[in-house]
Design a binder for this molecule. Structure first.
Ligand code: AMP
Length: 535
């Protein structure tokens, strides 16, 4: 697993500084390949999935080419959804943090166009937009194409699926011929290749070559989590499985530091390992892990290479790895020397697609698990304490203690059962009661896709189109997932009738979905979507 540092990539000092702030330790494989090619001015046809670091792969060389002194629009990034446009804009802004005078603006349907026009007038060099809205601005001449030198098509296959292909062609025809065209797509269907042929100039193909990967036989699970509840879920799993040695992988140095602080705050024996640490400190951390003083080691991929400990009971992918090869390296740390190993993956939103890639390339099965509830954790803890008691009863002379209990029972009129329960409570500690508060929302409704909307966490939406418009439930699912960025799995039942459709969605995403679905079409049909009155 060869890695390339960002300072080997001939990047400007402000970009290197921003990358360091973001906590990136090394370029991801797609970045290592694509950045030099784009910096040289070539067109790129890149195959990469969300979660591989593709945004920075095109964003870094793009920023290096922008002239901050000119306030003219110089680059346009086309994205399939509002969600993605916002995400890409955020990532590029972070990368541009130390470059003065660069303005990045996401523009998408559903947002007030007058506001967008005002922002555009203030001198924006990079627009990140959905094709429909970009076309709209093009027609109004509020987005001017004459100075654009770079066009980026992000998630081109998704744009194709959503019927944006004609819009994309129109936009590309309007941009000056003398330009760099970068195309990223998770898959490369014929239509995408045709776009490349028609609109690109000798594109260099960039793709991370997949080797045959074999994953050791390890029990592998994944949990759908909310980013904010990752720490809580990790704690529950640590409590439940109680592994003697665990390795937790994060994608950035910053995340390692934050997580270590969080875990230590919760009372775990956790330490971090990453590239910014001095060798002497690393050695100390490694020794602690080896001799069992540190039970949980939180590390980045690069730092983890130096770990030479065999009996790691569990590996947690706190962040899903950017590359399939990393996955194999990570989980290969457990289940060594004939021992049983466990691997847990935390999946946020669209990372589910990355997980599918990992399973495909590694020919492995990662099973979904429900986040353990507080009751599950408590039950396991009780079992653990009780089995320790079995051992004590068998092996230790308890006669003196039995006398003390008898005395207490006689004096206080407690039953021996009450006394045992009180001891059990003491052994479990306060935690058992504390962990209830942050059950992630997604878990609440996924438990049961019940029709009791008030308590299930699901809300029923009404859409005024249905079978008569030649639609299938999959079209509705695809449109909601595509527009809002909510993974299809999180959408509940879809009941389709001739002229209307009901769809159950998680309560906390309702307003996002309603906003995202404004002004869009499903298979060419305009529609209205609202909360169902039958909720
Ligand atoms: P993307 O594939 O662009 O959606 O990126 C997924 C996530 O990876 C984003 O949160 C990025 O900030 C992060 N990321 C991008 N490049 C790196 C890197 N070299 N090291 C660690 N994280 C990265």
């Amino acid at each position: 697993m060869e890695t390339i540092r960002f300072d080997e990539l001939e990047l400007s000092a402000p970009i290197l500084r921003a990358v360091a702030d973001m906590g990136f330790e090394a370029a991801s494989p797609i970045q290592a390949q694509a950045i030099p090619v784009q910096l040289e001015g070539n067109d790129i046809i890149g195959q990469a999935q969300t979660g591989t670091g593709k945004t920075a792969a095109f964003g870094i060389p793009l920023l290096q080419k922008i002239n901050p002194k000119s306030k003219k629009l110089q680059a346009i990034v086309l994205c399939p959804t509002r969600e993605l446009a916002i995400q890409v804009a955020e990532e590029i802004r972070k990368l541009a943090k130390y470059m003065h005078g660069i303005k990045v603006l996401p523009i998408y349907g559903g947002q007030d166009i007058v506001k967008q026009i005002r922002s555009l007038k203030s001198g924006v060099q990079i627009v990140i937009g959905t094709p429909g809205r970009v076309m709209d601005h093009m027609r109004r001449k509020t987005v001017k194409m004459d100075q654009i030198h770079t066009v980026i098509l992000d998630e081109a296959d998704e744009m194709l699926n959503m019927g944006f292909i004609e819009d994309i062609e129109t936009i590309l025809q309007e941009v000056p011929q003398e330009r760099q065209t970068i195309l990223f797509s998770a898959t490369m269907p014929q239509e995408i290749q045709e776009i490349a042929k028609k609109f690109q100039n000798n594109p260099v193909s960039v793709k991370v070559l997949k080797k045959e990967l074999t994953v050791p036989k390890i029990e592998q699970y994944y949990y759908i989590v909310h980013p904010k509840s990752k720490q809580e879920v990790l704690s529950r799993l640590l409590d439940m499985y109680n592994p003697k040695r665990s390795l937790v992988f994060c994608n950035t140095k910053r995340q390692v530091d934050e997580l270590v602080e969080g875990l230590q705050g919760r009372g775990y024996f956790a330490e971090g390992l990453h590239g910014d640490m001095k060798q002497s400190l690393r050695d100390r951390v490694m020794n602690g892990f080896r001799n069992g003083k540190t039970e949980i080691l939180v590390a980045t991929d690069v730092a983890a290479r130096g770990i030479d400990v065999d009996d790691v009971e569990a590996v947690f992918n706190y962040d899903i790895p950017q590359d399939e090869e990393y996955y194999v390296h990570r989980i290969g740390r457990t289940g060594r020397a004939g021992r049983d190993g466990l691997a847990f993956n935390f999946i946020v939103g669209r990372e589910i697609y990355k997980l599918k890639d990992i399973q495909r390339y590694c020919k492995t099965k990662i099973k979904e698990r429900q986040i353990p509830s507080v009751n599950d954790v408590t039950k396991i803890k009780i079992d653990n304490v009780l089995s320790q008691m079995d051992k004590i009863i068998e092996e230790v002379d308890l006669s003196k203690l039995i006398e003390a209990i008898e005395k207490k029972v006689n004096e206080e009129e407690y039953s021996s059962l009450e006394l045992s329960a009180a001891f059990l409570k003491m052994a479990l500690g306060e935690e058992a009661e504390e962990i209830e508060e942050c059950m992630p929302a997604e878990q609440k409704y996924r438990r049961g896709r019940s029709k009791d909307y008030s308590s299930s966490g699901m809300v029923r939406l009404f859409i005024n189109i249905g079978k008569k418009q030649n639609l299938r439930p999959g079209d509705i699912l695809g449109a909601i997932a595509g527009e809002s960025g909510l993974p299809g799995k999180m959408i509940g039942s879809i009941d389709m009738y001739d002229r209307y459709t009901f769809v159950d969605v998680p309560r906390e995403y309702v307003s996002d979905i309603l906003n995202a679905m404004k002004n869009c079409k499903i298979k060419g049909n305009s529609f209205n979507i609202s909360r169902s009155k039958k909720n």
